[in-house]
Design a protein around this ligand. Structure first.
Ligand SMILES: [Zn+2]
Length: 78
């Protein structure tokens, strides 16, 4: 029968996880539907990174970033 003297050495991830649970345990994470993305027309959940325009149109942050970079490049080459 193998003997384990220091279990922390074998599974170092267990201890920090326990600590994190205490600080984050109170808040229940809820997601809601933000709407359809302005760029790709797919659903956006509130736990994703997204932006909302002044026109109240939501968009994925990644889609927005892509478009922003495209616009920037256009400005550089024109
Ligand atoms: Zn999108």
């Amino acid at each position: 029968m193998p003997r384990v003297k220091n279990w922390k050495e074998i599974s170092p991830h267990i201890a920090p996880q326990k600590k994190a649970k205490k600080t984050w345990g109170r808040k229940i994470h809820e997601t809601y539907d933000v709407g359809d993305c302005k760029y790709c027309n797919k659903d956006i959940d509130s736990d994703m990174s997204f932006v909302v325009f002044a026109t109240k149109e939501p968009a994925h942050f990644r889609c927005y970033q892509k478009d922003y970079e495209k616009e920037n490049r256009k400005n550089i080459y024109l």
